[in-house]
Ligand binder design. Structure first.
Ligand code: SAM
Length: 223
């Protein structure tokens, strides 16, 4: 059975207390500094992102990955930032949700996809292939909506459960430990329960942690 630990607090502090080289996969969705959870000077954002990546690096076992969703707005800034870390840059995937596009009054194309960054501590392990799933780098999964019966939207930046399940299945083994330092409403934890992985999830918002606990409870009582 999966062991799920949800911790309420600042992930930068909490990660410093966890055992080094104990994590098999870090999968997360950090604040993008575009207003929703964070809106700070880019220098401060750089400090946050560098410290987050460094703390995760210390916790990862060798050859294991840090995978995180990001914004188009700052993705080229991020490529430069990654060069300041010890990670091996592996690749960028495209999450194409099809159902949700940003609204804009500008005469521009509307933002309709998000990058997913994959970094590794040393040379990356191979993907675990899932039969019948293509490994092309565009991953099409709908963003949760309030009118969905399955994967209903409960949290403002909730990620598609099936997207996270798939990333976990392809990049870790059963019973492995998955870390999400910015877990929000607990999508990574639910995906771990469904794929038989252990999970440590951290968030500094008590309401998000409560929502994550409720989602886990609902899943457990449905089984
Ligand atoms: C983009 S959301 C994650 C959403 C999540 N993927 C989901 O499906 O619900 C980012 C989360 O990071 C949290 N957060 C921001 N700064 C943090 C910090 N320093 N430590 C821990 N959590 C933080 C926010 O409270 C927010 O819940």
């Amino acid at each position: 059975m999966s062991k799920i630990d949800l911790i309420c607090g600042d992930c930068l502090e909490i990660m410093g207390t966890l055992r080094r080289e104990s994590v098999d996969l870090a999968l997360t969705d950090p604040p993008y500094n575009v207003g929703t959870f964070l809106n700070v000077e880019m220098d401060d954002y750089e400090d946050l992102m560098l410290e987050f990546m460094e703390k995760v690096y210390n916790l990862l076992k060798p050859h294991r990955k840090l995978i995180f969703t990001f914004s188009q707005k700052y993705m080229f800034w991020l490529y430069d930032l990654i060069k300041k870390t010890n990670y091996v840059f592996v690749q960028t995937l495209c999450h194409f949700p099809r159902n949700i596009a940003s609204c804009t009054s500008n005469p521009l194309y509307r933002t309709h996809w998000q990058p997913i960054f994959i970094l590794s501590k040393f040379k990356p392990e191979k993907l675990v292939r899932i039969k019948s799933i293509s490994t092309i780098d565009v991953l099409e999964y709908p963003t949760p909506q309030s009118n969905f019966r399955k994967d209903k939207r409960l949290f403002v930046t909730q990620k598609p459960l099936e997207l996270f399940e798939r990333l976990i299945l392809e990049n870790s083994k059963e019973k492995g430990l998955v870390l999400d330092p910015f877990i929000g409403s607990g999508t990574t934890a639910i995906a771990c329960l469904k794929t038989n992985r252990h999970c440590i999830g951290i968030d500094n918002n008590p309401d998000a942690i409560k929502l994550a606990e409720e989602r886990i409870e609902r899943l457990n009582s449905a089984e």
